[in-house]
Design a protein around this ligand. Structure first.
Ligand SMILES: [Zn+2]
Length: 469
C-alpha cells in the first residue's frame, strides 16, 4: 500500500467518523460527486472575481478540505507514457474507474480496448441507487464514462458509430460496438440499457436516432420498453414524477447557458492599428441569457435527483452531477458563459451540501476533469508600459476580453492556447484541478492527490470493493 493510499484510508476513517459522530445511526452511505468540466483554479478565480469580488467565495470554497488532483491521461500508442493534457473522457474515466486511459476513451483501457468497471456499475451490483445529472447531452464524455464502454467518445448515438470527421484522432469509428456486430451499442443505447435509476440532462438528438430502422424504433423507444419514464419539459421535472426510472432529456444537445456577454460579446483577437499599436477591446459586463428561460438549472435537476434518490433509500446511492458548459464556453472563449456556468454549478454544490447536512453519511466531493484555457492577465495599461519599456507593441496574442466586475473593477481575461482564428476553438490545459470535500477533517488527506484517488475515496465511503483492479 502506498503512503498516499494509507493517508487516504486514514482520511476516509476521519471523514466517516466526522460524518457519523457519536450516534449509532445506521442510515446508508451516499456519495455525490460534482464535476465542473474544465473548472480549474483560473476559471474559479475568474468567476469569483466577477461575481463576488476578490474577497468573496463560492459555496464549494467553504468546504473543509481544499486540495488539488493531478490530471493525467496516457498515450494510446504506449499507455506506459503519460499524456499531460487530458480531456473529459480520460478525466471522467479516471474518476469513474480509478484507472488511467487515453483521451477520447470512455471507460475502456488505452491500447487494449478492454472495458473497465465503473463506480456506477459497482454500486448497482451492491444494490445502491445511481443517478447522472448534467447540463450537456447525457451521451457526452463525462456522464458516459460513468456507465458506457466505448473506444471513442464521439459514438454518442447509433448513427455516429462510423466515426467523425477524422480531424480529431479520438473521433474514431466504433463499428465493433454496433449491436448488430455483437457490441454494446452507442453511448445512448448503453445508457438506456444500464438500468441507472435517474438520468437528467440533454441529448434528444442522439436518443431520437433509430436503433432498428426497419421497425422505426429509436433509443427513446428502447428506454420506454426498459421501464424508463422519459420526460422532456421543465414542468415535468418540477411535478411529481412517481416511482421508477426516469430519463430526463431537456434539449437536443447541450443546454443553454445561464449567462452571456453584453451584446453577445466574447473575447476577441487584438488587432493592431496603422501604427502597429494594439487596439484593446472595450470592457463589458455579463447578462442573463434569455435562451436559458424554461431550461432546468443544474441546481434544480440536482435537487430533484436527490429528492427521488432519498425516497426509500435503504442501501445508499451514487450521484454524479456535471456542470458541463464551463468547459464548453471556455472552448468558445466566452468568459461570461463560463462565469455564469460556474455560478450555476456552485448552486448545485449548495444543494448537495444542504442534503449532506440533513443526511449525515453523505460524502460530497467537488472537482474538475481537466484544465481550461481562460487566464486572468494584465490590463491594457500594463501592456502599454511594457511596450514603452521594450520599445515595441505588447499585447496578448490570444483572444482578450475586459470585464467590468460586479464590485466595479476591470478584469482582463485571455484565451491563448492556439491560433487566433474566430472559427477555431481553444483547447484544454494540463494544470492540476481543484478538489473540495465536505466534512473532511483537516490534515487527513494530502493536499495533492490523483484523480484516481477520488475513485477510491468514494468506493471506501460506500463500503464497496473494486473488482477489476
Ligand atoms: Zn473540453
Amino acid at each position: 500500500m502506498s503512503i498516499n493510499r494509507i493517508l487516504i484510508s486514514v482520511a476516509v476513517v476521519l471523514l466517516f467518523s466526522a460524518c457519523t459522530g457519536e450516534s449509532d445511526d445506521r442510515s446508508p452511505a451516499n456519495v455525490i460527486l460534482l464535476i465542473g468540466d474544465g473548472m480549474d483554479e483560473q476559471q474559479i478565480t475568474m468567476a469569483r472575481n466577477y461575481i463576488y469580488g476578490i474577497d468573496g467565495s463560492f459555496e464549494m470554497e467553504k468546504f473543509g478540505y481544499r486540495g488539488a488532483a493531478k490530471v493525467r491521461a496516457v498515450r494510446e500508442d504506449n499507455p506506459a507514457i503519460a499524456e499531460y493534457v487530458g480531456d473529459s473522457a480520460s478525466g471522467a474515466t479516471a474518476l469513474a474507474t480509478g484507472m488511467l486511459t487515453s483521451k477520447g476513451r470512455i471507460a475502456t483501457t488505452a491500447g487494449t480496448d478492454r472495458d473497465i468497471e465503473t463506480i456506477v456499475e459497482i454500486s448497482q451490483h451492491a444494490g445502491l441507487a445511481t443517478a447522472l445529472v448534467t447540463t450537456a447531452s447525457l451521451t457526452d464524455a463525462t456522464p458516459a464514462a460513468f456507465i458506457a464502454h466505448v473506444n471513442a467518445r464521439s459514438c454518442q448515438g447509433p448513427d455516429d458509430m462510423a466515426g467523425g470527421s477524422g480531424r480529431l484522432s479520438y473521433m474514431l469509428p466504433c463499428l465493433n460496438d454496433l449491436k448488430r456486430n455483437g457490441g454494446r451499442g452507442s453511448i445512448a443505447e448503453q445508457l438506456v440499457d444500464s438500468n441507472i435509476d435517474l438520468m437528467f440532462g440533454a441529448g434528444m438528438k442522439y436518443f431520437s436516432q433509430a436503433v432498428d430502422s426497419d421497425r422505426g424504433l429509436t433509443v427513446v423507444d428502447s428506454a420506454n420498453a426498459q421501464g424508463y419514464r422519459v420526460i422532456t419539459k421543465l414542468a415535468e421535472l418540477t411535478a411529481p414524477v412517481g416511482k421508477g426510472k426516469v430519463l430526463g432529456l431537456f434539449g437536443p444537445s447541450t443546454l443553454a447557458t445561464e449567462w452571456l456577454g453584453e451584446n453577445g460579446r466574447t473575447a476577441e483577437p487584438i488587432k493592431p492599428d496603422k501604427q502597429g499599436d494594439p487596439i484593446f477591446p472595450q470592457a463589458f459586463s455579463c447578462v442573463p441569457n434569455s435562451k436559458h428561460e424554461g431550461v432546468p438549472s443544474l441546481a434544480l435537476m440536482t435537487k430533484k435527483a436527490l429528492t427521488l434518490l432519498n425516497e426509500n433509500n435503504s442501501k445508499g446511492f451514487f450521484l454524479m452531477v456535471e456542470g458541463a458548459s464551463i468547459d464548453r464556453q471556455a472552448h468558445f472563449r466566452n468568459p461570461c458563459g463560463e462565469i455564469g456556468e460556474v455560478q450555476g454549478f456552485d448552486r448545485a454544490v449548495a444543494v448537495a451540501q444542504a442534503f449532506a447536512q440533513a443526511h449525515p453519511h453523505t460524502l460530497v466531493i467537488v472537482t474538475a476533469d481537466h484544465g481550461q484555457a481562460g487566464q486572468i492577465v494584465p490590463l491594457p495599461e500594463t501592456y502599454r508600459s511594457l511596450a514603452t519599456f521594450y520599445g515595441k507593441p505588447q499585447y496578448s496574442l490570444g483572444f482578450y476580453a475586459l470585464l467590468t466586475t460586479q464590485e466595479g473593477g476591470v478584469m482582463a481575461v485571455n484565451y491563448a492556447t492556439n491560433s487566433a482564428s474566430a472559427s477555431s476553438r481553444g483547447v484544454h490545459t494540463g494544470v492540476d484541478v481543484p478538489v473540495f470535500i465536505d466534512g473532511l477533517q483537516a490534515g487527513g488527506l494530502p493536499g495533492l492527490i490523483r484523480q484516481t484517488d477520488i475513485f477510491r475515496l468514494m468506493l471506501d465511503h460506500l463500503g464497496l470493493q473494486d473488482h477489476s483492479n
